[in-house]
Ligand binder design. Sequence first.
Ligand code: PMP
Ligand code: GLU
Length: 397
Amino acid sequence: MRLAARALNISPSPTLTIDAQAKKMQAAGVQVINFSAGEPDFDTPEHIKQAAITALKKGMTKYTPVTGTLELKQAIRQKLKIDNQLDYRLEEIVVTVGAKHALYNAIQVLCGVGDEVILPAPYWVSYLEQIKLAESTPVIVPTKAENNFKLTPEELTAAINERTKLIILNSPANPTGTVYTAQEMAALGEILVKYKIYLISDEIYEKLVYNQIKPVSIAALDQKLKELTVVVNGVSKTYAMTGWRIGYAAAPLAIAKAMADIQSHCTSNPTSIAQAASVAALSGSQEDVSAMVAVFQKRRDFMYQEVSTIPGVSCNLPQGAFYLFPDFSAYFGKHFQGKEIKGASDLASAWLEKIQVAAVPGIVFGDDRFIRLSYATSWEDIKEGVNRIKTFLTCLA
Ligand code: PMP
Ligand code: GLU
């Protein structure tokens, strides 16, 4: 086999791989507790499903414009105005096959050989591979747990050089749940404007925030910053629509146009029926979202409390998304049945094999002291899963 270098250089999405492994074990009758899932466990709200059924019955089964239907782009435009104080023209909005696709297109448009992309770690898994697919160089900048995993202006400045083209920011963040304040965003934004560095602002977890926290859209802070920013968002997480595959980007015209041109040769439009459902999601009642967020908050509080009682484990209280990201490094160097636990990857593998708890080791997010635990799962599973972990850890010698 003579595959291209980019194919040899790519690894599969570890989050999707572990989740698939857990689901396969569950299907085979194994009582797996799945803390690996990066998707809400709720069903898509009924009025959204109905909109898809209506669209199907009305015969909306043909190609739509590449960048999305007028109705959906108008709904997105309105959403960006009301929620984010961002005014985009319809031509500056591109509807994509999930937010992942929007990120991919944006990176392809902005980055090429020789360009560096700043990636604060912990980072979400696909950013790294997408940067590599664009033949660019990721510059991973570790952040500190004591700074709540936020990139500081000093860390940002130190990472910039003449090859720096882009930075990817994700607030609320996967896997840490960190949410930047407006002041923190403004301080980073000032530096990006000064050095004319493009910015992808991944806002997919925007609505999943707790204790009345309101994330800001960095592009809304300053017009010069907006001219450098690609805002990425989608319906997957907010509306429990991961399978529908609708995301979107809003960007300065030249970027949006190039993203659309790439898309016109790769996927064409995202699924017509899913687009109709997304209009209902964005324009319809947001009551289901509030209800889901309230449940996520209760689970977060509960899981955080439970995990905090594990000796030696430290964990920041996440302010958004649906993950906990505790530090298990106090257990490294210990042994289970004679085998050394060298890092979080060994620990997560042992959990899956020995106690049937699936979770994602921090190495895939750029730091192997941590393990990501998703609380997009039932109350009973959270209780049982954390108990299994506690018992397992007390058995380490
Ligand atoms: N960004 C982040 C940070 C995510 O966690 C995800 C989850 N898959 C995505 C983007 C992509 O979402 P989508 O399902 O819309 O492709
Ligand atoms: N974003 C989710 C996660 O981090 C879904 C999986 C994926 O798309 O990689 O688990």
